[in-house]
Structures are given as structure tokens and as C-alpha cells.
Design a protein around this ligand. Sequence first.
Ligand SMILES: [Zn+2]
Length: 257
Amino acid sequence: MKKNYTTEAINLKNYPLNDNDSIIVMFSKNKGLIRAIAKGAKRPKSKLGARIQMFIANKLMLFEGKNLDTIQEAQSLNTFSKIRNDLDKLSYSMYIAELINNFCSNHYSQDENNEEIYNLIFNTYNKISNASTKEEVLLSVLKFQIKLMDTLGWGIDFKMCSVCQKEIETNALFSFSLGSFVCFKCAKGDLSCIKIHDKIREFMQTLLISDFNLQTKYDKLANIMVLEKCFNFMKKYIDNISHKKTKIFEVLDCVSQ
Ligand SMILES: [Zn+2]
């Protein structure tokens, strides 16, 4: 039996279905990734039109369909409006939308993590929108990367060597072929290894275990160079285990050349 349902959801992608209607891909609190038709959203006076923009969080009533649901009502909860007037904020937010699309494409799975992931996206967009520096933007995205992977079961153990199972005191390396940290001894011969400074490892471990909105003692210390390094490290790790690579930064590189 088809039925109506309500949920909160964040818009991650939209594209035209025909002259009047759009299809919206959203991450919802109750059902994870959903795709729905926004009828008449492309008409100039449509109320729905404003609600289906990228990154907006809505409270929705939907009618369940076979492949696509239909939006009956939408009420915006947060528009994260300051994301849209800053290229950095916009591109990192698009990166997040792309990541969620790549990893959570399990349509209609009754995943117990949906609410956790929804809250993580909501908190991250909220922080990015309100950020006053690029450091703040990067820190939020880094937290997102670390916490999302952990929630999805791909979390990184920043403390243990995955080969000898001993705690790594110092000189840790990250093996991209294993997708995990290894100690100096166990790294021998593994050409995919890169050195990760102890302080950086400690920093990322702290982000993993601290509440998203909590400020850690490292937050103020991490400068743009450190944050970009950590972001790129996580991006490479995620791209390696994902079946799809995120493309947003390649696209931006082409545009700026
Ligand atoms: Zn080891």
C-alpha cells in the first residue's frame, strides 16, 4: 500500500524531469537517501521552487511511489543561506553532497544510522554556513569526513597498527593499500605508505571522538596548511574505498585554470 509519510531531509542534488517538474535527491532522517518529484517546481511562481535548492533542510510530506516519491508539502527548517555567497563554502558543501550521494545510494534501506548521518550533514552545513574563516570551513568538513566514515563502518583507527595489532607510540605511517595505520616496523616494503605526524594523528583522533559541536584544544591551533593536509588525506582515503571518485574539486581546478 502506497502512503504518505513525513520526514526531515536535506537537498543534495536536483535536476529537471520535464518543463515543469524537478527531481530532488535528498538525505532524509527516516529513510536515508530518497528521490522525489517536486511538481511544478520549475514554474516561476512555485513555492516549492525555493525549497528545492541545494543544501536546504526541509520538513516534508511525501507520497510514496514505486521509484520516485512525490513531495506534497515542504517547509524549510534551515536554508543555510550563507553557503551560497562564498565559493569555498559552496564547493566544500558540494563535496559533502557528492560524498553522501556516492556512499548512501542504498535507496530505502532501513538503516539505523540514517538519523546520525542526517544530523551530521545538518551540523556540518550549519557550521559551514556560519563560518567566518576558511579554517572554520575546513575544520567542519574534516570532522564530517572522519565521522561519516566511522558511522558507515569505514572508520580509521588512528592508534593501532593494523598488522601487529599494537598501539603505535610514534612514527606511524598510513598504508593506502591496507587502508589503515601501520607502525614503522610493519610498514617495510609497503610503497603506498605515507608518514603522518604524531600530532596530526592525535588531532584527527580527537576529532573522531569529540562531539561535533564541541571545540577541542586543537581547533584553534590547526592552521590552514594542517587542515588542508588532513582534508586531502581523508579525501584520498575516501576516494580509494569508494566505487566513485568525488569530482567537484577537479571540476573547480579546470574552471580556475
Ligand atoms: Zn606493526
